[in-house]
Design a protein around this ligand. Structure first.
Ligand SMILES: O=S(=O)(O)CCCN1CCN(CCO[C@@H]2O[C@H](CO)[C@@H](O)[C@H](O)[C@H]2O)CC1
Length: 486
């Protein structure tokens, strides 16, 4: 056992696993190498460099495509037990369709998986982390229902090709983010028609997820075994005051931001959250539409999607306050208008290098308990939690963030009974932070983008995290401050 009775450290259960996470477009580079097809983030950053604060892109990024051996050696040094990464759809199927498989793309991921196996590191693979093949976006992308079928074809190629080595699969990373910010906002593909295409995107992503899970469950599980889930992002949403209105507004916001995708899959009844259904139907009617802007599932689809999980992948970074909104008439239909709440953060909450990311560990505990209570305590893997701070190797603030969030997680598990089986820190390396480019660094390892071989250097947080991963306990001598965790 890890500890003796006088040991004051906080320790996680022996079976609890620590890992790190990355995503293909953010680290690989080699955007047009060895047969890889163009993806929507390649197109978007090349056509609209101004959308990224430092006008950078993922053409080169961390060059991870060329650094498999070196990077897995760093993972080994970190002492982590699993590595979450994503596969670039257009590296496997350059034009998105399964009629042409790019063998070199297969080779790259086979090489990575072999290196991980040699180092006894378990792979956790995300099938889709925002990087849709551009050729499929030209067909309307996720707003086109046929995209679900194309995703099933892609998933089948992945399961056939990698199913003997990969036992933990995530279909999607953060559908809220790529549907709302992508089809309703400024991220790729930049459709920017919120209130319409974001709901179409979400509808087809949920269908795609359900179809792939049922295929996995029926055709692959007995052959290759394994577990399949989906990763959802859940910022905790706290009522700004104890008023009935604000408490109602916070619950509505949780259902719109998280329940949009969690309720159809993890709730007992399935389908969209009732509050989303009723508010969007009513708003659409009032706005003169014959059909609700939120599509309807058929009864068969509700059944297919409900319970389509072995575990929940949960990303959590921060917390917001929610106030009730005042009904605004005549505005452009949008997700935010449908929800009709005011979202903000307290000025005194500790800041980071990302404007949206405030350090609020107690929100992590609340989010986990809301999941436990609303979805019957599903087996949960924390697939991302992390923080951006200014550059520098002595990143004590990042150590304090991780230490405080792990304390909140420990309380949620050991006091509240949340069934969390592991934790991945975001991110292994500094990487391309979407519209924030390389200006916001999340890595345990600093990447020197000026150096020709993109040198990786361990920060203090890498040493802290190695101690945690190897002992399963929070060391007493690293963090010099604990943020409020209750
Ligand atoms: O509030 S603002 O309007 O100023 C912009 C908010 C943009 N958000 C940021 C948080 N992200 C969820 C986490 O997103 C995750 O976290 C990591 C760090 O961001 C990303 O690198 C990962 O790819 C992603 O999975 C969703 C998009």
């Amino acid at each position: 056992n890890r500890r003796n009775v006088l040991d004051s450290r906080i320790c996680f259960a022996d079976g609890f696993s620590f890992g790190v996470a990355t995503a293909s477009y953010q680290i690989e580079g080699a955007w047009n190498v060895s047969g890889k097809g163009e993806g929507i983030w390649d197109r978007y950053t090349h056509a609209h460099p101004e959308i990224v604060v430092d006008r950078s892109n993922g053409d080169v990024a961390d060059g991870s495509y060329y650094k498999v051996k070196k990077d897995v050696a760093l993972l080994r040094e970190l002492g982590i037990s699993f590595y979450r990464f994503s596969i670039a759809w257009s590296r496997i199927l350059p034009n998105g369709l399964s009629n042409y498989v790019n063998e070199d793309g297969i080779r790259y991921y086979k090489e990575l998986l072999a290196e991980l196996r040699r180092n006894h590191i378990t792979p956790v693979v995300t099938m889709y982390h925002f990087d849709l093949p551009q050729s499929l976006q030209e067909l309307g992308g996720w707003t086109n229902p046929i995209m679900a079928e194309y995703f099933v074809d892609y998933a089948r190629v992945l399961l056939d090709t990698f199913g003997d080595e990969v036992k933990i699969w995530l279909t999607f990373n953060e559908p809220y983010t790529f549907c709302e910010d992508g089809y309703g906002g400024i991220e790729a593909p930049g459709a920017n028609s919120s209130g319409f295409e974001d709901y179409m995107c979400g509808h087809n992503v949920l269908r795609a997820h359900g179809m792939v899970y049922r295929m996995f469950d029926k055709e692959y599980r007995k052959k290759i075994g394994g577990h399949m889930g989906i990763t959802l992002d859940f910022s905790w949403l706290e009522p700004a005051t104890t008023s009935e209105e604000d408490q109602q507004a916070a619950e509505t916001a949780r259902q719109f931001y998280f329940g949009w995708f969690a309720h159809p899959i993890f709730s007992k009844s399935g389908d969209y959250p009732p509050i989303m259904r009723s508010m969007i139907d009513a708003n659409s009617k009032r706005q003169g539409f014959y059909h609700s802007r939120l599509p309807y599932f058929t009864p068969e689809e509700v059944k297919m999607i409900r319970g389509a999980y072995d575990f929940l992948g949960l990303n959590h970074y921060t917390t917001y306050l929610i106030k009730h909104g005042s009904r605004r008439l005549g505005v452009q239909p949008s997700f935010v208008d449908d929800m009709n709440v005011i979202k903000f953060q307290k000025d005194e909450w500790p800041k980071t290098n990302s404007s949206w990311l405030k350090v609020v560990p107690w929100g992590f505990r609340k989010a986990l308990n809301w999941v436990r209570l609303n979805y019957r305590n599903p087996k949960t893997l924390i697939t991302e939690n992390g923080v951006s701070f200014e550059r520098g190797l002595r990143d004590t603030k990042r150590v304090n963030y991780i230490d405080s969030y792990l304390r909140a997680l420990h309380t949620a598990i050991h006091q509240d009974g949340c069934l969390v089986v592991g934790y991945a820190y975001w991110s292994f390396l500094d990487n391309f932070e979407w519209t924030r480019g390389f200006s916001e660094r999340f890595g345990l390892f600093e990447v020197d983008y000026q150096s020709p071989n993109l040198t990786r250097t361990a920060r203090l947080s890498a040493k802290y995290y190695t101690n945690v991963a190897k002992t399963g306990c929070l060391p007493n001598n690293f963090a010099d401050y604990t943020y409020n965790t209750d």
